[in-house]
Design a protein around this ligand. Structure first.
Ligand code: SF4
Length: 458
């Protein structure tokens, strides 16, 4: 109800954020750590932060998310969290037996200034880290960046700790995805597998946060990239980074550290972006495109053509994470839609706006950073009403207030299921996304049609 009072006129703000269009860094760091096999995320801070981060992921994936915490109280907040973390590591290895503990910081431990490399060294010198076990860390202060930054920082931390160059190049291709659903990671692997490519993807949360219900509890599900794969990434012939904000920092670090060249691509959403991935893999591995992928592509193109009268010229406004937004804009342009607004609470830098404008044209409004929040998104949508909104669950309030159809995509989605299992990436994911977009548009046409135009066949 209160949203009805959101003013249409945009007043520039310099300090205030109202309903941020992002969440905090450790959520992404925790998610990235879950994509490594037998890795336990550890939150170095107070219990409340860890509880929030776990609950955000648990509610999104409808699966319990495992993570531990240094459980700061008043003492640690004043004197630092070293003692808490040393005790935590002893308990974690004794009780939960992970291969890797991936520590991320929180606002509190960052503000205190805890020196994590020093604490990890102390833990190793005091034999609190058993032989053959590992502790890695990423700094994830939440007063800057977002969950995508935290994800990128943790993926880079795995490269920093594990990747090695032996001097012997393999033919392998590293695939590093940005913060996407496990279903999207599966779909990207499907494309590489169909092409017969020797690849390793990390992180890889498929079969981890969307695992089957088979009556057995597994502290460490079957999925996830292995430490050995991340180590061997240093000998690969190429790294393909899918997303410039979430994936590219780790790929660049791998290049700096192990001289593995990088190809940076947009997330493969829709025909053109997926073509770019397939073409890159084809050239790098010297393999032909298999008929199976040509068939998937042809099916997506067929539905795009068949249904273009419903998508062509439709306007869309979207809010979410930068890499996903670039992919979604590319997808919408494939479908002939016109993108009006693109809003992200992450600050992805000037290249993001340039890329969105390359894809969507100069007329698109792009807003990024702390003041690019849900309040601003609502104002923009009020000022120029789109036919469709694309974004996460929090968009439902704006969609309801404005009576505009919403396609849920991105993070978090708390009020629907399916995102863990149905991808938006690749040709098959593009088809699934197109079906949802068309469903939203056609349901609205049906709802609003006068009786004499309410048709059985549309
Ligand atoms: S913003 Fe900082 S204090 Fe708040 S939950 Fe995230 S890490 Fe914890």
């Amino acid at each position: 109800m209160l949203l009805r009072h959101t003013p249409e006129a945009v007043a520039e703000r310099s300090a205030l954020t109202i309903n941020p269009a992002k969440t905090c860094q450790p959520v992404g760091a925790m998610y990235a750590a879950l994509g490594v096999h037998r890795c336990l995320p550890h939150s170095h801070g107070s219990q409340g932060c860890c509880a929030y981060h776990r609950s955000a992921l648990t509610r999104h994936y409808k699966d319990p998310i495992m993570a531990t915490t240094s459980s700061f109280t008043e003492g640690a907040s004043v004197f630092g969290g070293q003692a808490n973390m040393l005790e935590a590591l002893t308990n974690i290895f004794a009780l939960y037996d992970p291969e890797i503990v991936a520590v991320h910081t929180t606002c509190l431990s960052e503000t205190i200034g805890d020196d994590l490399p020093q604490i990890i060294n102390k833990a190793r010198s005091e034999d609190k880290i058993p032989k053959g076990k590992f502790v890695v860390h990423a700094n994830t202060p939440s007063y800057k960046g977002s969950h995508v930054t935290g994800y990128a920082n943790m993926v880079a931390a795995f490269v920093q700790y594990f990747s090695r160059s032996t001097g012997r190049r393999t033919g392998r291709i590293n695939l590093i995805p940005s913060f996407v659903e496990p279903s999207d990671m599966s779909e990207i692997k499907h494309i590489a597998s169909e092409m017969g490519i020797d690849f390793a993807m990390f992180p890889d949360t498929s079969d981890v946060v969307n695992g089957p219900m088979d009556g057995k509890f597994r502290m460490y599900p079957r999925g996830g990239a292995t430490r050995e794969q991340i180590e061997a990434a240093g000998d690969a012939r190429l790294t393909v980074a899918l997303g410039r904000v979430g994936a590219l920092p780790a790929a660049k670090l791998l290049d700096t550290k192990c001289k593995v060249p990088v190809e940076a691509l947009d997330l493969p959403i829709g025909v053109r972006a997926t073509d770019a991935l397939v073409e890159t893999l084809r050239k790098a591995a010297g393999v032909p495109v298999p008929d199976s992928l040509s068939l998937e592509r042809g099916q997506l193109v067929d539905v795009l053509c068949d249904m273009s009268q419903y998508t062509y010229g439709r306007t869309v406004s979207m809010v979410g994470d930068p890499d996903l937004l670039v992919g979604l804009v590319s997808f919408c342009r494939d479908a002939g839609m016109r993108v009006l607004h693109v809003v992200t609470g992450t600050n992805p830098g000037p290249k993001f706006e340039r890329r969105i404008k390359e894809l969507a044209g100069e007329g698109v409004t792009v807003r990024t950073g702390l003041q690019a929040d849900m309040f601003l998104f609502h104002q923009l949508v009020k000022g120029e009403r789109p036919d469709l909104i694309m974004g996460n669950t929090y968009c439902k309030y704006i969609a309801r207030d404005m009576d505009i159809p919403l396609v849920r995509v991105g993070f978090p989605i708390y009020d629907r299921v399916g995102h863990s299992y149905f991808p938006v990436t690749g040709y098959r994911g593009g088809l699934m996304l197109l079906e949802r977009v068309l469903g939203a548009i056609q349901d609205r046409i049906d709802r609003d049609a006068p009786e004499e135009s309410f048709e059985l066949v549309m």
